[in-house]
Design a protein around this ligand. Sequence first.
Ligand SMILES: Nc1ncnc2c1ncn2[C@@H]1O[C@H](COP(=O)(O)OP(=O)(O)OP(=O)(O)O)[C@@H](O)[C@H]1O
Ligand SMILES: O=C(O)[C@@H](O)C(=O)CO
Length: 426
Amino acid sequence: MAILLGSIADDYTGASDLANTLTKNGLRTVQTVGIPDPSLSLPDVDAVVVSLKIRSVAAADAVAAATKAERWLRGRGAAHVLYKICSTFDSTDAGNIGPVTEALSEAAGGGLVLVTPAFPETGRTVYLGHLFVGGQPLNESPLKDHPLNPMHDANLVRVMARQSRGEVGLVDLASIGAGADAVRARLEALRAAGVRSAIADAVFERDLETLGAIALETPVSTGASGLGLGLARALVRSGRVSSAVATTADAIRPVGGLSAIVAGSCSRATLQQLEVAERSMPVLRLDPEKLLAGPDEIARAISWAGDRISAGPVVVAASAAPETVSRLQAQYGRDASGHAIETATSIIAAELVARGVRRLVVAGGETSGAAVDRLAIPAFLIGPEIAPGVPVLRTVGNAQGDMLLALKSGNFGGEDFFTAALAMMH
Ligand SMILES: Nc1ncnc2c1ncn2[C@@H]1O[C@H](COP(=O)(O)OP(=O)(O)OP(=O)(O)O)[C@@H](O)[C@H]1O
Ligand SMILES: O=C(O)[C@@H](O)C(=O)CO
C-alpha cells in the first residue's frame, strides 16, 4: 500500500475530522490509532491519518511520538506529511505545535513549513496572523476557558514563536489572494530572512486550495482540516489519485447492539448539546468531586446505565461549566483532574461496550482518546459526515467485533448533534 498523503493528528477527534475532510475531497482514507501493528490488514488507500494523543503532553514526548509516526508514513510512500492540529490552535506556551513542526521539518531535510489552522466551514479563519472563531478573535471566544489549553492570544505568529526555536513569519492574505506565484515569492523572502515556520492567512476555501498546492511542493505542513482540504484537492487535480472513488458506503453497514453517549468535553457546544439531549434521553451528570475521590461514582454510573440502556440510548457526562471546572482544577490541579476524569469516562465507555454497546458517541478530544485507547480499537474506516468535522467511524480489526463510533470535537456539531449522530448509526 503506497500512500500519497500522510498525516499525524495530535488527537483522535481531530484525526477523524481530517479523515472526513480528505474523504469528502476525493482521497480514500483510513484513520489508524497510533502506528498500526504490522498484522493489521488495512484497505488500499490514498491517505493515512495516524491518530496520536499528544496535544497536551510534554513537547519532548510529542516530538518523539510524531517523528516515529513520520518515519512510518514515509516508509509507506508519503511524500507529504501534514501535522494535524486543532483549528483553534489549542496549545499552551509550552505546547508542541512549534517543536513538532520543527522536528518534522528537520526529519525531512529542513525547510520552511506552512502553518494554518483555518477551517472556514466551521468558522475558523486567519487574517494577518490572527485566528477568528466565528466572529470572535480566539482570545475572546469560548476557547479562553478551555480546561487544558486556554487560549489568551489570537496572534498565532506570537503564539507559535513562543513555542519555537526558529523564527516564525506570516504569509498574508494579500499574497495568497494574488495567487500561487505571489505566495512562492513571499515564502522565498521569508526563507531568505531565516524564517522556519510561516503562519498563513486563509479566509475562504480558495485560499486553502492555493496553500494546499504550495504545501505539496514541500515535505511537511501543519494545520487543521482546511489545509487538508487544500492538500486533497491539489492531489486530485494533479492526477496522482487513483481512479477508485473515495466512498463512505462500506463504513455504515449496520452493527446492531446498544447505543450510548459519553461526554467529557466542557466546551460550550457540548454543554448545549447535553442540555438538548436531556429532552429526549436519560442523561447522567457525573459528580466530578466524587469521580476524583474513588471508584464509587464510576460504579454508580455503570449501574445507572445498566438499568436503562436496553430501552434506548443513554448519556453519561462529566462535562461542566467553566466556573465548576476552574474550581475543581484549583483544588486538584489541571492535569491531574483532567486525567482522572478521562480515565473514569474511558472506564465507563469500556464497561458499556462490555454490556453490549456497539454504537458509541464520545464528546471531547482527550475524552475520545482515552476511550478509544481503553477499547484498544486499532483503526477506523470513514463513514458519512454527521456534522462538519465529525464523520461516522467504523472500527477495523476490533476485538469486540465491528462497532460504529462518532468522536466529536468539543466545539463541533449543532445542538441536536447527539440525536443526529445516533440516527445515522444502526
Ligand atoms: N467536570 C469537569 N471538571 C474538570 N475537568 C473536566 C470535567 N469534565 C471533564 N473534564 C476534563 O476536561 C478535558 C476536556 O477535554 P476534551 O479534549 O475531552 O474536550 P474538548 O476540549 O471540549 O474537546 P476538543 O479537544 O475535541 O476540542 C478532559 O481532560 C476531561 O477529563
Ligand atoms: O480542528 C479541530 O477543531 C478539531 O478537529 C480538533 O482537533 C478538536 O479536537
